[in-house]
Ligand binder design. Structure first.
Ligand code: HSE
Length: 310
């Protein structure tokens, strides 16, 4: 039986000034999945370990993404999917994206790679649509491509990969409360004042330039969110305190990871990233809320194959 086992990483979307278009890939936290070719056509979710999630293919983000792929190719076989979840749904570090991207990546490998990365992103986005009501690509893109990714355009879909500066690390605090992306999108305003748009565009351009030139000071000056963070941060306990402490401890910048409740900080080097994790913990230790801390370098590769039997 042909099968493949993969690691499908967690991701950070938005990165302060890039709402719905910017993302990065983590290295130390992610799900594992096994995808197997079977004689019976269609897609079956056979195991979900670690979280309570729907087994019905059409209600499961991995299932929906896999079906979107299979609608675009003639095959005489079907696929079984096993999902070993380490990323909690509603965590803000791309739980649904890891499942959706992992499913399409693995099936594409088993079929001999008929689809391009951009095509896989568009199939995986169907899983995101099921999960949150919006087919955003800023988590599935870095999961599939690695590094930083920029969605230059949604229609037509065009995603650029940006290699991460070598010393860049990410620290994440994940409070153990669930914040659904749909709820976190519901608090956003549909209109942006012109002066805020000007500031956001300046910061966005600065961040991209800083990433390309490994200019850590420019990255630091650019990590601000004038538009989304003010509305969403009230949903996250101790957000302002965590952000302030991370900056005081030497982080280049900090903000909401995706739609929250996780909070991320970008740091230059592992030592500072670890120190930032320590000060984030101190703040949450004073609350009754449990949390996880992740310190990770940027994963330049994205999803990786752990075992294959092709
Ligand atoms: N860009 C999306 C949002 C990411 O902020 O709603 C969700 O993880």
């Amino acid at each position: 039986m042909r099968e493949i086992k993969i690691f499908s990483p967690a991701t950070v979307a938005n990165i302060s000034c890039g709402f719905d278009i910017l993302g990065l890939c983590l290295d130390t936290v992610g799900d594992e999945m096994v995808v197997r070719e079977v004689a019976e056509k269609g897609v079956k979710i056979t195991h979900i370990i670690g979280q309570e999630l729907p087994f019905e293919t059409k209600n499961n983000v991995a299932g929906v993404a896999a079906l979107a792929l299979l609608e675009n190719i003639e095959t005489s076989v079907g696929f079984e999917i096993e999902i070993y979840k380490n990323i909690k749904p509603g965590s803000g570090i791309g739980s649904s994206a890891a499942s959706a991207a992992g499913a399409v990546f693995a099936i594409n490998e088993l079929l001999g790679r008929p689809f391009s990365a951009n095509e896989l992103i568009s199939f995986a986005m169907q899983g995101e649509k099921l999960a949150s009501g919006s087919a955003h690509a800023d988590n599935v893109s870095p999961a599939l491509l690695g590094g930083f990714t920029l969605v230059r355009s949604y229609e037509p879909l065009e995603v650029l990969k940006i290699d991460a500066p070598k010393e860049l690390y990410v620290t994440i605090i994940h409070p153990q409360i669930e914040l659904k992306t749909s709820a976190s999108r519901a608090v956003l305003k549909n209109q942006v004042p012109l002066n805020k748009m000007v500031k956001q565009m300046g910061n966005f351009g600065g961040l991209i330039s800083g990433l390309y030139t490994s200019n850590y000071d420019l990255i630091s000056r650019s990590l601000h969110d004038e538009i989304i963070e003010p509305n969403r941060s009230v949903l996250i306990p101790e957000f302002n305190q965590v952000k302030k402490s991370a900056l005081n401890a030497g982080a280049l910048g900090a903000g909401i990871s995706g739609s929250g409740p996780s909070i991320f900080a970008l740091c230059r080097g592992k030592d500072i990233a670890t120190k930032v994790g320590g000060v984030m913990s101190e703040i949450y230790d004073k609350t009754h809320i449990e949390y996880d801390i992740h310190v990770s370098k940027i994963n330049q590769q994205g999803i990786r194959v752990l075992e294959e039997n092709k």
